[in-house]
Design a protein around this ligand. Structure first.
Ligand code: SF4
Ligand code: SF4
Length: 172
């Protein structure tokens, strides 16, 4: 949220799971009349082409498939947390039950069967789409290659594969 004085306020209570039910942002009460613009930016594993998490994993538990998806092998992960620290997007977490590192895997079990990721299928507004970037006729690939899209933290050289349309310059 950006207020009229140009200040950017960032908050994500429970990752937005329960919605935004008050005008409190990061502990500060915001006057609705003071809001210049507000937006919600879902973040997830960017399935980087040059993934920092793969580079630091000492046991090869985090790896990249031939089709470009970054996965975690729960049997090999020793829970050292290196990947959690290395990911510049902060999208990795320690799974409290399995005691290993975890993250979004693009619903690999679904996309390899020709299905869409669960988030793409259930989003009521079609805000999320998935593409096969190797297919130039894929409608989403066409959007990515012809329209103005942005990625997060491009300067890290991770070559992220999550693209945003209309990303506000305040979003990092
Ligand atoms: S976003 Fe983070 S966890 Fe996902 S592939 Fe990139 S570096 Fe790894
Ligand atoms: S927590 Fe697991 S996946 Fe992450 S770097 Fe350590 S062994 Fe690899």
């Amino acid at each position: 949220m950006v207020t009229n004085d140009g200040t950017t306020h960032i908050d994500s209570p429970m990752g937005g799971r329960d919605g935004y039910t008050s005008m409190e942002m990061d502990g500060e009460e915001i006057d609705p009349d003071d809001i210049k613009k507000a937006f919600f930016v879902p973040k997830l594993c960017n399935q980087c082409d040059n993934p920092a998490c793969v580079q630091v994993c000492p046991v090869g538990a985090t790896y990249q498939t031939n089709d470009g998806v970054v996965l975690v092998d729960r049997d090999w992960c020793i829970g050292c947390g290196y990947c959690i620290m290395a990911c510049p997007y902060g999208v990795r977490f320690f799974h409290p039950v399995h005691k290993v590192a975890d993250k979004c895997n693009f619903c690999y079990h679904r996309i390899t069967k020709g299905m869409e990721p669960a988030c793409v299928e259930c989003c009521s507004f079609g805000a999320r789409r998935i593409a096969n970037l190797k297919d130039p006729d894929d409608p989403v690939t066409k959007i990515i290659t012809t329209e103005r899209v942005a990625v997060l933290k491009d300067e890290y050289g991770t070559k992220p594969h999550v693209f945003y349309l209309g990303l506000d310059a305040n979003v990092r």
